[in-house]
Ligand binder design. Structure first.
Ligand code: SF4
Length: 290
């Protein structure tokens, strides 16, 4: 059972009359020789860690050792202004909460990476709260997001050093967009459209963490990735077409990643890491001469 492309999964769903979550469950069971219970045990554990990291970031003191992150998630929640209603504000805070927990060496679910670990938890917790979605369905949505991640990993890269931040927060936004679309009743084609939208919005995003620490701009990029996921799912559920099929968009991320300068791929030599302020922060944090 091989799923190399998202279109392979859609074809399997059509042939077997399954949805994407069922297809991925069968994939996990067959390819990893797991029982249904074992797959679900892993999913439950992942969701638990996601929820716990959100909760920690929203309730505990989270100041990163570098000082770059300082209880921003709670600051957002306390803000009196909502730009697009309370749900998006909470989702923004949740994504940042996980980033802060990660920067403080707390436990997170790297889905797909530590740098992008805030997007899926923020989206899933928000979907549970806003749409009263039962946990079982959220676990199915995790399977859908894993389908997107599987194909992305096979045809592009999650590594910031290879595909820039497009490979991290971009792929996480795509995984989350697919999950939202699934949870709100989208079919397989709409899930793929949402993935295409999210990746197109992230195309060419550079990896430029200040001081080489996964804090700035990583944490706020997770929050923007959440907005990307919700907007992408909204467009797909409305019936808008991406025009470029999701599999081709994924192939384009690989091409763009290969074409990007190494200075813009986790080297600390370009982008925000190479700004005057970025260099000053690096010098202060590591107490080194420039
Ligand atoms: S900027 Fe680089 S390190 Fe930070 S989240 Fe993006 S890919 Fe990861």
């Amino acid at each position: 059972m091989e799923f190399n492309l998202l279109s392979d999964i859609v074809e399997y769903c059509r042939r077997e009359k399954k949805d994407m979550a069922q297809a991925m469950l069968e994939y996990e069971m067959r390819n990893k020789r797991l029982t249904r219970e074992q797959v679900y045990t892993g999913l439950k554990r992942t969701l638990f860690v996601m929820e716990e990291s959100v909760e920690q970031g929203l309730t505990q003191q989270v100041i990163s050792p570098s000082g770059m992150l300082n209880n921003w998630a709670k600051t957002i929640l306390q803000c009196k202004v909502d730009t697009l209603g309370p749900a998006l504000k909470k989702a923004t805070a949740r994504a940042i909460a996980v980033g802060e927990v990660n920067a403080c060496m707390g436990k997170i679910a790297a889905a797909p990476t530590a740098g992008s670990a805030g997007i899926l938890p923020a989206v899933l917790v928000t979907m549970m709260e806003e749409h009263a979605i039962p946990r079982e369905r959220i676990l199915e949505a995790l399977l859908v997001s894993s389908a997107v991640g599987l194909v992305f990993a096979k045809n592009s890269s999650f590594a910031g050093s290879e595909a820039g931040c497009m490979g991290e927060t971009g792929s996480a936004a795509a995984m989350a967009a697919g999950a939202i679309t699934y949870l709100l009743g989208g079919n397989e084609e709409q899930i793929l459209e949402s993935v295409g939208f999210a990746l197109k919005a992230s195309m060419g995003l550079v990896c430029d963490p200040v001081g080489g620490l996964v804090e700035e701009p990583c944490t706020t990029r997770n929050a923007v990735g959440v907005a990307n996921a919700f907007v992408s799912a909204q467009m797909a559920l409305a019936g808008i077409k991406s025009l470029i099929p999701a599999d081709e968009v994924i192939a384009a991320t690989k091409e763009v990643g290969d074409l990007m300068s190494p200075r813009l791929k986790e080297s600390g030599q370009g982008g925000l890491a190479n700004t005057k302020t970025g260099r000053e922060i690096q010098k202060r944090v590591f107490k080194t001469a420039e």
